[in-house]
Design a protein around this ligand. Structure first.
Ligand code: GZL
Length: 305
């Protein structure tokens, strides 16, 4: 005979264990690794969770399939870091119909907000604006050519960072020679930067990379072209992961805007409230900061990720 099922809709643990399906983007960057670690640490057994983890290898269709699988497993809640903003309406409706709350962390979706319980994220538009303000302050008054390594096409992180950046450099004497996606990865950042260098070479004064990892990939291409990163081409990035902050401290990057990946604790707190039927805010934005080369030297050894 079937044993008594747990009190939660489909949780596989004991009565008060919360079974959570976590649909992560993949492992595309240093930021992502830190984010995954933060979530796994917060959704531990000793914190009362049974976490089912899926990394979708940066493939939106695989991530949708993962969420559908969590619904079929009857988890108590789903945490989702959506690779791209669009395409979520159907599967989020299925989760809602199954009575399974969805909590977004990191990036967000374009679907109607009644299809998710809450979003724990970052102000990507402000991150882009802060990066753009640095470029405008340091280059805006003289003719300046720049290239841009965009994040994953269609992700809220890339879209909103670019929106903020564009607003900050509007009206300056800065020309964008080219802007292409490097999909937030080092490898693609390097390849796209090689293309930029073949086309524009020493005409390029500034590189804006939507994340450290693409900027780190670009470093290899810039050096291979016989140019000095941080001097011949000044580089501004977003994330502030250890390798990025190291490049900033040693003068290869010029400015980094932080994007805090440590979202696990807040996300776990919100999941517990939602599962307990308590009301939660629709949005929780985690604070960011920014770093110059001098500031990076000061804090490098104490950075948690
Ligand atoms: C931002 C996050 C982005 C990071 C990248 O919150 O979605 O995805 O900036 C990561 O490093 O790949």
């Amino acid at each position: 005979t079937a044993c008594a099922s747990s009190s939660s809709p489909g949780g596989s643990g004991g009565d008060d264990v919360i079974t959570v399906g976590f649909a992560q983007t993949g492992s595309e960057s240093g930021w992502r690794s830190a984010n995954t670690e933060s979530i796994k640490e917060a959704f531990s057994a000793e914190n009362g969770f049974d976490l089912i983890f899926n990394a979708a290898d940066n493939k939106p269709e695989a991530q949708i399939a993962a969420v559908r699988s969590f619904i079929n497993q009857g988890v108590d809640a789903i945490v989702l870091a959506p690779i791209v903003s669009d395409g979520w309406d159907d599967v989020l409706k299925e989760a809602k119909d199954a009575g399974i709350p969805v909590i977004l962390e990191d990036r967000t979706v374009s679907a109607s907000e009644d299809l998710y319980a809450s979003w724990i994220g970052l102000d990507f538009e402000q991150e882009g604006k802060t990066a753009g303000e640095w470029v405008a302050e340091n280059f805006g008054s003289k003719p300046t050519n720049m290239v841009i390594l965009e994040g994953t096409t269609g992700s809220s992180a890339a879209t909103d960072r670019q929106t903020g950046f564009d607003a900050a450099v509007a009206g300056t004497d800065i020309t964008v020679l080219d802007s292409q996606t490097g999909n937030f990865t080092r490898a693609e950042g390097k390849t796209v930067m090689e293309g930029f260098l073949q086309k524009f070479g020493s005409e390029i004064n500034v590189l804006f990379a939507h994340n450290d990892d693409m900027g780190l990939g670009a470093l290899d291409a810039i050096k291979a072209a016989g140019m000095k990163p941080g001097t011949d081409i000044q580089i501004v990035t977003i994330d502030a992961v250890k390798d990025g902050m190291t490049a900033l401290a040693n003068g290869e990057f010029n400015f980094i805007v932080e994007c805090n990946p440590l979202l696990g604790e807040k996300t776990a707190e919100v999941v517990k409230s939602v599962v307990a039927g308590e009301s939660v805010d629709k949005t929780y934005i985690v604070e960011d900061q920014s770093f110059t080369q001098e500031q990076a030297k000061e804090v490098l050894d104490s950075r948690p990720y």
